[in-house]
Design a protein around this ligand. Structure first.
Ligand code: BMA
Length: 330
């Protein structure tokens, strides 16, 4: 191992070794998808969801779209990170301000442990999409804070610790629709309420040098702290004659000034190849929202939405991703 993950050891991380002969930096769990579309009482689809280690096992927040096609987020628990029991009822938030607690829609959650609690960020409807923020200690009671930004914004992803004394979040300013543009920005906060000091991190790639990320990009899982920098897994989108296609890439951000990009992949790391990624409510989407990591082995388990319908699991290591960027630099 050349690069080191800075973080906790997780000996029970879900894992399968790289298949013999596999040339790709990321490989899928052989029993994918791990979460089926109708796994809860009213769900039409369960995808773009976030998991974390919790009390020696695992917990998570799941995007379950209902059979009336409403979008909300639900708590779930698992002994092994693979078999999940997801609540039939959406998360009910408490909070200081009734105005903020009004629900329009909620989707694409991320979960980030910082200091003493689990923060949840998600795309929150408030006169258009913006970034909702809440915290929990136990995945039973959830306390909602102020929205981080004005609408319109999506893909709000927290860093797992303060950087230079400030909480830090990546996000993707957007529009009210199926945004045909989008770059990643970095914002800072002293208190998880007021966000500012916004910095441009990285954007789409023009021309055909890396066309899979030519329409928009957005942060995926919580950035992984490594000896080389923050390892960011993100989604990249191209517009084709059949609409958007979502793939996955990775980048390495400076540890102290994460808006400075040290490396970025020219070739994608995962793309819709399998039937459950290519066929579903929205075809040809792989959309990562969480990653488990083990500092002892450098192993990474990526959780991703497949065709906006089911949830998949894929594996890589910190060295695989860094070597991939070194071999195909942008
Ligand atoms: C984005 C979000 C994601 C979804 C993707 C593909 O705008 O709505 O939740 O996975 O589109 O449909």
């Amino acid at each position: 191992m050349t690069a080191k993950i800075i973080g906790q050891s997780l000996p029970n991380i879900p894992w399968q070794d790289k298949p013999e002969g596999c040339k790709d930096p990321v490989w899928r769990y052989s029993q994918n998808p791990i979460i089926q579309r109708n796994q809860t009482k009213r769900s039409n689809s369960i995808f773009n969801s976030a998991v974390v280690p919790f009390e020696g096992k695992f917990a998570g927040v799941f995007r379950c779209d209902s059979k009336s096609i409403s979008m909300d987020i639900f708590a779930g628990f698992s002994d092994d990170g693979i078999n999940w029991k997801i609540s039939d009822t959406p998360i009910q938030f408490e909070g200081a301000d009734e105005e903020i607690l009004k629900r329009e829609y909620r989707y694409d959650p991320r979960v980030c442990f910082i200091e003493d609690r689990y923060y949840i960020t998600w795309c929150n409807g408030y006169h258009g999409p913006t970034i909702g923020v809440a915290y929990t200690f136990d995945f039973k009671k959830f306390y909602q804070l102020e929205n981080a930004f004005l609408p319109y914004n999506r893909n709000g992803v927290l860093f797992p610790r303060k950087i230079k004394g400030k909480y830090a979040m990546l996000s993707r300013p957007s529009d009210t629709g199926h945004t045909p543009f989008g770059d990643i920005f970095y914002s800072q906060s002293p208190d998880m309420e007021y966000w500012g000091r916004h910095r441009y991190v990285m954007g789409t790639v023009k021309g055909d040098e890396s066309a899979w990320q030519s329409t928009k990009i957005g942060a995926g899982p919580i950035p992984i702290e490594t000896s080389e920098g923050w390892l960011l897994i993100y989604h990249g989108v191209i517009t084709t004659c059949n609409g958007f296609v979502y793939r996955m890439g990775c980048a390495l951000l400076d540890l102290d000034e994460p808006w400075k990009v040290k490396m970025r992949s020219k070739d994608y790391i995962l793309a819709p190849y399998e039937l459950y990624e290519c066929v579903g409510d929205v075809p040809n989407v792989v959309f990562p929202c969480a990653a488990l990591t083990d500092a002892d082995t450098g192993r990474i388990a990526i959780y991703y939405g497949c065709a906006d319908t089911v949830t998949g699991l894929a594996f890589t290591t910190v060295d695989e991703l860094i070597n991939h960027m070194k071999e195909n630099p942008l």
